[in-house]
Design a protein. Structure first.
Length: 154
């Protein structure tokens, strides 16, 4: 009985709704022609396994100096056939976070990078490839904006 009454109330509400609300089109700005989502130009982000060499904190940034050993990193997470992704920017060995733009990430980076160095464990770093996005003091030749940091325990 209650369901029947609720159905009648809902039907009356739909009938009584203004005509303008029932007609027209809904526009979603992020959906382009043909229903394809357009999110703007892609911003490239890469990741890299490496070993922390040193950690530094400055007034405007925190950075990690992280290198890939000559023999690579074998932390047991990959199968025998694993091929690492291409590294188009091998000269980039510093990864930085601006202290003004993201103080929380800068603080967490200091903590995790220090732990990685103390435990002698490899890390996985996520970073932006465009040097125009670098935080202050991060040189375009060898530094990139860090967006994520994973301490690899195995």
């Amino acid at each position: 009985m209650r369901i029947h009454v609720l159905a009648q109330i809902l039907a009356l509400a739909l009938i009584a709704a203004p005509a303008a609300a029932q007609q027209g089109t809904v526009t979603i700005p992020s959906v382009g022609p043909g229903g394809v989502a357009t999110l703007g130009p892609a911003v490239q982000e890469l990741g890299r396994d490496c070993v922390v060499v040193d950690i530094a904190a400055f007034v405007n940034r925190v950075h990690v100096h992280c290198v890939v050993p000559s023999g690579g990193i074998n932390n047991g997470l990959y199968s025998r056939d694993y091929q690492p992704p291409p590294q188009p920017d091998r000269n980039v060995v510093y990864f930085a976070v601006g202290t003004a733009s993201d103080p929380g990430l800068a603080d967490r980076l200091l903590t995790l990078a220090t732990s990685a160095a103390q435990l002698n464990k490899p890390v996985h770093i996520f970073y932006r490839t465009d040097p125009a996005e670098n935080p202050p003091g991060c040189l375009a030749a060898d530094c990139r904006k860090l967006t994520g940091f994973v301490l690899l325990l195995q």
